[in-house]
Design a protein around this ligand. Sequence first.
Ligand SMILES: Cc1cc2nc3c(=O)[nH]c(=O)nc-3n(C[C@H](O)[C@H](O)[C@H](O)COP(=O)(O)OP(=O)(O)OC[C@H]3O[C@@H](n4cnc5c(N)ncnc54)[C@H](O)[C@@H]3O)c2cc1C
Length: 452
Amino acid sequence: MAPQTGTFDIAIAGGGPAGSVAAILLARAGFSVAMATLPPHAPRFEGLSGRVAAILARHGLPLAGVGPAAQRHVSWGAFQGGQNSEHLADRSAFDTGLLEAARAEGVSLVYASVSSVRPDAGKIRLADGTCLSARLLFEARGRRAPRQSTEMQRTELAGPDTISVAGFVPPQAGDMETPRIEARPDGWLWSVPMDRDRLWLQAVGAADSLGQTGGKTAVAALWQTVMGETPMPRRPVVHAIVPRLAAPDLNPRCPRLGDAAVALDPLSGHGMFWAVSSALMAVPIARALLSGEAELARDFYRNRVAETFWRQARVGRDFYREAGLKTKFWQERAAWPDDVPAHAPDIRPHTAMRVVVQDGHLSRREVLITRDAPGGAAFAAGQEIVPLLRRLNGQPLPDAARFHSTVLPEAPPQAAQAIHQWLLSQGFTEGAQIPWDTANRETDPCNYNPAA
Ligand SMILES: Cc1cc2nc3c(=O)[nH]c(=O)nc-3n(C[C@H](O)[C@H](O)[C@H](O)COP(=O)(O)OP(=O)(O)OC[C@H]3O[C@@H](n4cnc5c(N)ncnc54)[C@H](O)[C@@H]3O)c2cc1C
């Protein structure tokens, strides 16, 4: 298709799940949107969590190439068994479905290579020299997005250098009929039977097992290190998969989405979730930036990005620890990024100021921080939580009926009951003194400490 030029409200570089979902939601919100991307080319299969499928369905977005949920067999050190289910996603079909949906929503979709993104000029330059101009740009070229400027790179953080090699292989005797994830001494593998004759096999190992040679020999060396004698795919697809906090700070002229902001270890199984949930931030961030509320956008972005990175990096570390293997591959990854627990064990409920999304717009609100909601919860069942709790005035949480009559008489009984239930789920106990104070104990909304 011939590249189109022109001036748009928004122009997006990269049309993976993050770019496409953002483009669709921005177009639905009334912005004129252009997106330039290379189409999917190499075969690629991934596990999509039920949560991602549910979010996409809720927003009326297509799930092309996504199969039914299948239980995954886990062989992880001492642990053997079935655990978690995932949907097999054919990424070419999935990405193409979202791109076509973007076009149907009115997004000007340009299949072209992006040669540069120039936030200060508001331009995305394409390989043929033409430009997309817009009031606001988004960078969503995934791991291929260029590193940020030197000034912004200061806070970039990356984990151990890791490589994935994947492709179709003939099934061997003993290959199971379900997806399988297995820890090996020098890496791990993920396999999914495609049909009677083909298995999608992904081997993950340390970049230093590529050896000194380049090209195919190096890839074969890594494959052999992880997989031993198992034959390598005839057309291996190679990806660098180092976990990276690429853009902790918002560029107000060009926010980043998905892997371009935070690229996670595929072992976390959270990459697609982050890609899609970061795309959900695009509309409120664009509204704030285009109406001069850059501070709100900056705090919101920084909080979400840092929280996702630290939480998922630590969850990934714990998966590596669980395997209990002591080789260099496992020890390096079991030690990164730090020793801080992934889930803080004893957060006392308290309030803090955070930037939240309300009716599609960003606003600064008091939120309730609990162990289950460490990022802060502002609303439950459509009601703002902290003002409600203030109405209790330090009294114990009453039962559901009294909660309705004394705290929330203006709400329908079901809504009051839903909020009461939510409070119980957060660790509040009926009749007991509420174990929190409403003094605003946190003033820094970013809660971000690279040295933590
Ligand atoms: C080997 C591997 C296995 C994974 N397994 C899983 C898994 O099982 N479950 C899971 O949830 N996540 C998994 N992930 C993570 C998941 O793939 C990513 O988190 C997700 O794809 C990020 O979406 P994105 O839109 O940010 O980036 P991408 O999907 O990378 O999309 C970026 C888009 O930008 C385009 N682009 C890049 N450069 C240019 C350019 N110069 N010009 C034009 N277009 C360009 C690309 O063509 C692509 O369409 C895996 C990742 C890898 C690498």
